[in-house]
Design a protein around this ligand. Structure first.
Ligand code: H2U
Ligand code: ZN
Length: 363
């Protein structure tokens, strides 16, 4: 017997198992809200100690220190960028490919990898930096993007930050990375195709339309300012995944004007402060921007955004695993995106380390 689809109320999504569609990747995620209360007897992560000192003589990113590659960092005062000493991509890679029966296929890949120190201070994170300091990071990203985009061999620039030991970050010193490729990486290719098809079908841009819907519904918003909105996307996979979208449809960071760049710094601070406040811990995540390809063509359909993918599930020490059905079938989540958004919205906008301590009796 054929499965007959009945119209369903949005409110039923809070209690019934269902799939949600991600229009950016055109993949589905399974949502099992009834399962959010299951007990946990699995792995518990340890909370890494906060970096205490402003300068660490053994840190390869602190100003004036030697790196593993033999170079010495300058006495930088704002941000500092260098070619990754262990780069995954190299500019002088010879071109070539192998191909046999369409089954054994490989291509050479040239590119560049950069490391961006966000601050000379070893003990800070984005959540603990001022808007002015984060603005320097934004300006640095724009400069790097523009320079890499001018390279005829580079088609895409991936700016990202791995934050916290749980995400494989090798050093607490605040830093991010930039990988620039000769070809489009998978995630960007999927999004680009979705943006293009959507524009062709509707004549409008996908994320503008989505943002309008979310601003109307108000269910998944976390915070916003004049130029950016942070929300938990309807199709979020990670428990506290968020999407940061520019209100104006620009295709990359280099199109942001002065006020928008400051607004970006401000919302990055808001986002990371809220994350830290959620479990009162320095919140781990991978975050990064998706931007237009840099092959010189125009991409009016592409809308600048950033994804935050944090691994934590229900406390500072319990993380989500992408295993079992998720590796073999599709990703799955328990807590609904609406609940996650509500939690992130309701935590204080001020960092917990800056809040006055509660009276002894209340602790
Ligand atoms: P992660 O913490 O996200 O792994 O980034 C640190 C990067 O810094 C990493 O890619 C590079 C590593 O290759 N690195 C250097 O370029 N020089 C060094 O002296 C140590 C680490
Ligand atoms: Zn350092």
């Amino acid at each position: 017997m054929a499965y007959k689809i009945q119209p369903m109320n949005f409110s039923e999504l809070a209690s019934q198992p269902h799939r949600r569609f991600n229009p950016l990747t055109r993949e589905w995620v399974l949502v099992s809200p009834h399962r959010a209360q299951r007990p946990w007897q699995g792995q518990v992560e340890s909370v890494p100690p906060e970096a205490a000192a402003q300068y660490d003589p053994n840190c390869y990113l602190c100003p004036g220190n030697a790196r593993a590659g033999g170079m010495t960092n300058p006495a930088y005062t704002e941000t500092f960028v260098f070619d990754n000493d262990f780069a995954a991509l190299k500019p002088d890679t010879p071109a070539g490919e192998v191909q046999e029966k369409g089954l054994l296929v490989a291509r050479s890949e040239a590119g560049r990898c950069r490391v961006v120190c966000f601050s000379p201070r070893h003990d800070l994170t984005m959540a603990r930096m001022s808007v002015a300091e984060i603005r320097h990071v934004v300006d640095t990203w724009v400069r790097e993007f523009s320079a890499l985009a001018r390279d005829p061999n580079i088609q895409s620039v991936q700016i990202f930050e791995n934050r916290g030991a749980m995400m494989g970050c090798s050093n607490p010193h605040p830093h991010g990375q930039i990988w620039a490729n000769q070809s489009l990486p998978n995630e960007l290719a999927k999004e680009l195709a979705a943006f293009a098809d959507y524009r062709q079908l509707h004549g409008t841009t996908l994320l503008n339309d989505y943002l309008d819907l979310e601003l109307k519904k108000q269910e998944r918003l976390v915070c916003a300012n004049k130029h950016f909105v942070l929300l938990v996307p309807f199709w979020a996979v990670w428990p506290f995944e968020t999407l940061l979208v520019s209100r104006r449809c620009v295709s990359a960071l280099d199109e942001l004007h002065d006020e928008e760049r400051t607004a970006l710094a401000e919302i990055l601070r808001q986002a990371t402060v809220r994350y830290d406040n959620l479990f009162r811990t320095s919140f781990p995540y991978t975050m990064g921007f998706h931007q237009r390809p840099t092959d010189g063509a125009e991409y009016p359909e592409f809308h600048l955004h950033a994804h935050f993918y944090p691994p934590l599930l229900r406390s500072a020490t319990i993380k989500k695993f992408m295993v079992g059905y998720e590796m073999l079938g599709m990703p799955q989540r328990d807590i609904t995106p609406e609940t996650a958004a509500q939690w992130l919205r309701e935590v204080p906008a001020q960092h917990y380390l800056d809040l006055p301590l509660p009276p002894i009796s209340a602790r």
